[in-house]
Design a protein around this ligand. Structure first.
Ligand SMILES: NC(=O)c1ccc[n+]([C@@H]2O[C@H](COP(=O)([O-])OP(=O)(O)OC[C@H]3O[C@@H](n4cnc5c(N)ncnc54)[C@H](O)[C@@H]3O)[C@@H](O)[C@H]2O)c1
Ligand SMILES: [Zn+2]
Length: 364
């Protein structure tokens, strides 16, 4: 297997970065017409900055309001919105679902995509894939693309204006990165680019983990105050760039499959991707039989930053055993990254790991 490493063409991050969107697009030749896919909160935060920046760069654009889920239906709506202006670039500005929808529409049109995360709630911004759900929020499939985004522009002022819960969820998604990449490396499985892991992907995942452990509490405090600080900048880079490069070029394992499994339970739909991944990571450590100290370290960190450690904390207080079985079956469906483990996994084994991870979280 060849080693493969992928990354976005250009990554720009900082205070009020949206002011640079027009010039950054223009320097890449992305002069429009553009369709901006966005939702309510990001729109309110950024519409004035878009007008100034894109008008200033001579880039015509229209805005498409996101319907709430990255589903085939929503991707089709964006394609319709792009038809009339004959859009030559799609810009996604919002959470992971907005970015995934924008990326899917751009790929279908074979035009470049720009992602502008307005929250550091997941590692969606930098990747060359989308996660597609049914309109009611059940995981359906991954869509893989030949290219990563041409430009990722991260406005930390917008991110600091978002609820701290979103940043914490992003920490959950980023926390799993190094542990999942370690599994993929040890098992010599393929990463999300269908190649072997480079040493640099492992090193980026490692740096991601170190920044989380060093900077997360200070960054969360600052975002609660709506402030951008050096700790916020580092943490946003860890959640967005390092976790993004780390998961894609490093690979995924049980933690993300448990997330996908949990989505079969409607009770979990009000919880964020990164919150479910954080619990999935505990399940992964249990099923891999990692040392007690490692589980304790992750549990202590998760408790400190406020990530879920139990089934109840992702909406499943006292779940019936049939529901847990359904979650395990979905988590082990064909193509799931749980199969990157170096051992065979079956639903009863995973149900036991779900129960044991929950017990470990409750015991703390
Ligand atoms: N493509 C990938 O590589 C990849 C990686 C990780 C996750 N994902 C996907 O991304 C999604 C998770 O993304 P998410 O956790 O961001 O959820 P989300 O997209 O639902 O966004 C969460 C909420 O944040 C709000 N929001 C965004 N910016 C805001 C701001 N500045 N102020 C206030 N509210 C704001 C949104 O409106 C939304 O209600 C899942 O569908 C997951 O599967 C994809
Ligand atoms: Zn994730």
């Amino acid at each position: 297997m060849l080693a493969v490493f992928g990354s976005p063409g250009r990554y720009v991050q900082g205070r009020d970065a949206t002011a640079a969107l027009g010039p950054e697009m223009a320097r890449l030749g992305l002069t429009g017409p553009a369709v901006i896919v966005t939702s309510g909160a990001p729109m309110r935060l950024l519409e004035d900055a878009w007008r100034t920046s894109l008008d200033g760069a001579g880039i015509p654009y229209t805005v498409h309001m996101f319907g709430g889920e990255c589903s085939d239906q929503e991707i089709d709506r964006v394609l319709s919105a792009a038809r009339d202006p004959e859009a030559t670039v799609i810009v996604g500005a919002g959470g992971g679902k907005v970015l995934d929808t924008a990326r899917a529409a751009a790929a279908a049109l074979d035009v470049p995509v720009v992602t502008c995360p307005t929250t550091a709630s997941s590692d969606a911004p930098c990747s060359a894939l989308s996660v597609v759900y049914s309109p009611d929020g059940t995981f359906e499939r991954y869509l893989f693309y030949p290219r990563n985004p041409d430009l990722v522009l991260v406005d930390t002022t917008a991110i600091a204006a978002a609820p701290a819960r979103l940043l914490v969820a992003g920490i959950g998604d980023a926390l799993a990165t190094w542990y999942e990449a370690r599994t993929v490396r040890e098992a010599r499985r393929a990463n999300q680019l269908h190649g072997a892991q480079t040493a640099s992907a492992g090193a980026l995942a490692e740096l991601c983990r170190r920044i989380l452990f060093d900077d997360a509490p200070a960054a969360i405090r600052a975002v609660r105050a709506g402030a951008v600080t050096p700790a916020v900048e580092r943490l946003v880079e860890a959640n967005t760039l390092l976790s993004g490069l780390g998961f894609e070029s490093g690979g995924l394992a049980v933690a993300h499959s448990v997330h996908n499994g949990l989505t079969v339970a409607a009770e979990t739909h009000r919880f964020l991707h990164g919150e479910k991944v954080a619990f999935g990571l505990l399940v992964q450590l249990v099923v891999e039989g990692r040392p007690e100290e490692e589980l304790a370290e992750v549990l202590a960190f998760s408790a400190r930053v406020g990530l879920p450690r139990t089934l109840a904390q992702v909406g499943l207080a006292d779940p019936p055993i049939e529901l847990l079985r359904g979650i395990a079956v979905r988590a082990l469906a064909e193509g799931e990254t749980a199969h990157n483990e170096p051992f065979d996994l079956d639903p009863p084994t995973l149900v036991d790991a779900l129960l044991a991870a929950d017990a470990a979280g409750r015991a703390r």
